[in-house]
Design a protein around this ligand. Sequence first.
Ligand SMILES: O=P(O)(O)OC[C@H]1O[C@H](OP(=O)(O)OP(=O)(O)O)[C@H](O)[C@@H]1O
Ligand SMILES: O=c1cc[nH]c(=O)[nH]1
Ligand SMILES: [Mg+2]
Length: 210
Amino acid sequence: MAKKTFIMDHPLIKHKISLLRDKHTSTKEFRELVSEIAMLMCYEATRDLPLKEVEIETPVATAKAQIISGRKIAFVPILRAGLGMVEGILNLVPSAKIGHVGLYRDPETMKPVEYYCKMPTDIGERDVVVLDPMLATGGSAIDAIGLVKSYNPRSIKFMCIIAAPEGLAALEEAHPDVEIYVGALDDHLNDHKYIVPGLGDAGDRIFGTK
Ligand SMILES: O=P(O)(O)OC[C@H]1O[C@H](OP(=O)(O)OP(=O)(O)O)[C@H](O)[C@@H]1O
Ligand SMILES: O=c1cc[nH]c(=O)[nH]1
Ligand SMILES: [Mg+2]
């Protein structure tokens, strides 16, 4: 089977994730870093975009040049924390459409609870990348991807900044057809199902709610 999980090894991504983990990093810096890391990861996740050849007049001659061949993309952040990844990604792919899936992890059961879903009307013609900085138990990503699948997009990828091995294994098993892009693979989940060492609660750190 083709390789479906990609762990980032770029030094810039590693450096920025280290800054993100630091509990002394301010809300402003945290938000900027999430956006920058998402942009760098988007560069990796869009490597397979198809190109077509066109002719362009340079000031010197006619050049055979390559441009992206009109493939349509949609990004789907999982609310709230996934929203922090959108701005950086739109810097690279400004014409992409954005869907939203609202999920929160019930603090008692640790299971995801859905509260919002809105997809672009032409989602069926698009390649979708689902975004969430954190893949912990995997429950949120698995449910969000299941929801996106019910709209029959052309393809689905998932992008997270930090993953726990438990969540990654669960996601690979639940959605073996989905390519997964991981910024850093951490050690384990603690008793509260937080990623160790992780970075704490991504949503709270992006939005300054704690
Ligand atoms: O893999 P899981 O065990 O499902 O956990 C990961 C989920 O938990 C966090 O969201 P949270 O529930 O804190 O919601 P928030 O983004 O609104 O803070 C995170 O952003 C993921 O969506
Ligand atoms: O470590 C974790 C686990 C779930 N959600 C977070 O934001 N952080
Ligand atoms: Mg949260």
